[in-house]
Design a protein around this ligand. Structure first.
Ligand SMILES: CCCCC/C=C\C/C=C\C/C=C\C/C=C\CCCC(=O)SCCNC(=O)CCNC(=O)[C@H](O)C(C)(C)COP(=O)(O)OP(=O)(O)OC[C@H]1O[C@@H](n2cnc3c(N)ncnc32)[C@H](O)[C@@H]1OP(=O)(O)O
Length: 220
């Protein structure tokens, strides 16, 4: 396979393209804690069997909480800048639906470099991500793989968009247990970056995927 999709030495800075960039370490602790609280609230709301009066009182309290944080809304495409322990930098959308640090919908997914050119991470999916009883929804597994595959391409210096994603489900993936995610670049051809990755539970692959990421072609 030819190697034309050369890694760039420095990632493009989204600020040069008009996006707000928030360094991860500058996300207020109070916001992180609110997001965690909302995640927990979503799980509680999805599973509650509390009586109607309690539900009505809870809805009122949530409406009040929402009022408190209105006014001042972040730019839709705002990005977060992560600095890895080796000093290298990575960008993501701050509200990314799979890994955005301020998005309560995103399961807390932290991806780090695996020391061999790829990335790895751990995630625990609760009942909010359920498909079949007790099992993770296949769409969420595909989303997690997509994110990991995109990040693998990006940390290799070749950020891009997913053109094609191919997922195989090998074994049911249980809820409420730690899952391991890994991904790496396997080849390049012109702007195409080929990536592969897996989700494992207890060392066993439950879902695996490959993708073709097409490197961003940015205006000069
Ligand atoms: C703006 C500044 C920002 C700076 C950012 C800095 C840093 C990083 C930022 C972000 C990236 C980091 C992490 C992202 C992590 C995760 C995100 C998850 C991933 C996603 O959630 S992402 C959303 C879903 N994704 C889409 O929304 C894509 C919609 N789509 C398109 O936007 C176009 O379709 C595109 C761009 C894909 C290609 O369009 P294009 O015009 O640029 O290129 P073109 O068509 O010429 O294709 C070039 C070569 O790819 C081959 N090719 C094309 N399509 C193919 C296919 N389907 N299957 C097999 N091969 C295919 C061609 O055959 C040709 O190959 P060949 O060289 O052999 O001829």
């Amino acid at each position: 396979m030819t190697v034309d999709a050369q890694p760039v030495t420095e990632l493009p800075d989204p600020a040069d393209y008009g996006f707000t960039v928030v360094p991860e370490e500058e996300i207020p602790a109070e916001l992180a804690s609110l997001v965690e609280r909302v995640r927990s609230l979503m799980d509680a709301a999805a599973h509650t069997e509390a009586p109607p009066e309690a539900l009505a009182a809870a809805a009122d309290a949530v409406a009040k909480a929402e009022e408190l944080i209105q006014g001042g809304r972040r730019q839709l495409g705002a990005m977060v800048r992560y600095t890895y322990p080796d000093g290298s930098i990575e960008y993501g959308t701050i509200t990314n639906g799979v890994s955005g640090p301020v998005n309560p919908l995103a399961p807390p997914l932290l991806l780090e470099k695996d020391g061999e050119g790829g990335i790895r991470g751990e995630v625990l999916l609760n009942g909010l991500y359920q498909g079949p009883p007790g099992l993770v929804h296949g769409g969420w597994l595909a989303a997690l793989l997509d994110q990991a595959l995109g990040t693998a391409s990006s940390v290799a210096g070749m950020p891009g968009l997913t053109a094609n994603l191919d997922v195989n489900y090998r074994d049911p993936t249980p809820l409420n247990v730690p899952l391991e995610i890994s991904a790496r670049v396997t080849g390049t051809e012109r702007r195409k970056v080929f990536v592969s990755g897996e989700i494992r539970h207890g060392g066993k692959v439950t879902a695996e995927g490959t993708a073709i990421m097409v490197r961003l072609s940015l205006p000069e």
